[in-house]
Write a protein that binds this ligand. Sequence first.
Ligand code: NAI
Length: 456
Amino acid sequence: MEIYDLIVIGGGPAGYLAAERAGHAGLKTMVVEKNEFGGVCLNEGCVPSKTFLNSAKVVDYANHAAKYGVKVDGKATVDQKFVVERKNGVVKMLVSGIKAALKKNKVVMKSATAFIEGKDVNGYIVKAGEEKFSAKRLLIATGSTAVVPPIPGVKEGVTAGYVLTNKEVLDLTELPKNLVVIGGGVIGLELTSYFSSVGVNVTVIEMLDKIAGPTEKEISSILQKSLERKGVKFNLGCKVVAVEKDGVVFERDGKQEKVPADKVLLSIGRRAVSANIGLENIGVNIERGAIVTDDKMQTNVANVYAAGDVNGKIMLAHTAYREAEVAINNMLGKKDIMRYNVIPSVIYTNPEVGSVGDTEESAKARGLDVKCVSIPMTYSGRYVAENTDLDGICKLVINKATNTLIGAHIIGSYAGEFIVAVSAMVDLEVDIENIKKLVFPHPTVCEIVREAIFQA
Ligand code: NAI
């Protein structure tokens, strides 16, 4: 049996990056993937949805071209088949890039289903397809899968193909007339943004009384209004009771209503994939389906690590990247720990949202004395020059005791790109007086942060 220093199970963002780093550091590494390298993020999540959303942005621009003094004859529409083909091309290119990076770092890529059989003197025994391998260390990076709730009609709809998750919806080559989105979280909203821009009637049914989960209230309300302007209907505080072939039945204040649908998108969250990997054969602790890890990404079992969605902490690809690095550094004996308090998040709707750190609510719940400032994005010259809908805002949360920024929440163009700059200020606990001395390029949208700091 061939012995590896490290076997990584799962080739998504956590798995491929960990394998790449481990290979680079000289560990004899194999990564086993049962589907396509790149995982959900690259093949059926983050990246494909961004190709869709970019097409929607082009449609939005074309249909509002007159507002910018540009004449366009007729209405812009998408060629959905082409959008899917382009998406497939983008995914193919990026997957080949990942494979090339793994190859360059001498990582063995194995396309198979991995199963941990147990342990012997050489290490952990991993069956991959029909072969068996031994590993001194394991990294579990098996990711997550969409939650399919036990709502009547959902299972039948999935089988028949009219109930879709993020995976199937990104392969739709024909646009539905009426799309019902169950769950107004990140996936639901990004796809709502796409489908509403390209002319589909979209109705969102969300259990909570606001969209976008933990997003700052002011921001989620602006996002909701902006999507409503595109014709999206939101049913908040509503419970789906049944999915039928021609529509979705839900309850509002105890009364049932039905909304027509020819396709239904399920986006009510994701759950870790921890079953059928053989984790029980080596005694790895699992809580509510997710692998329990410490801040070094170690499980309760020696030399067994877990990174990415499978540990159920923060299900974001960039969290997975960092967790992967922390795991590998610890395997290599380098001091490194994972911190979850300053992880930026982006909702790639149009307009997009970038957030990091505390909201006013979460800071107050932590008992902090905070000063908050919320200013319109119109303080930015570039924002005004480039937009006609001008309702974006930038909200900052400042810890009065330390005079540092502890949260930033921005809705408007490029927010997803420049949130990382604010994230660095939060992470490095830069004193507000020092932020004031930073020079921002002018005119940029990110100048809004400097302006908000001075307004505060
Ligand atoms: P989510 O947790 O973001 O949102 C799910 C929403 O569904 C919640 O608002 C919840 O209240 C609602 N919900 C739950 N059960 C429901 C029911 N029976 N009826 C109506 N509403 C119900 O989950 P989502 O959107 O599926 O995303 C999954 C994961 O993928 C998240 O962890 C997210 O962070 C990640 N993701 C991140 C992206 C980004 O960073 N841009 C993009 C896409 C996904």
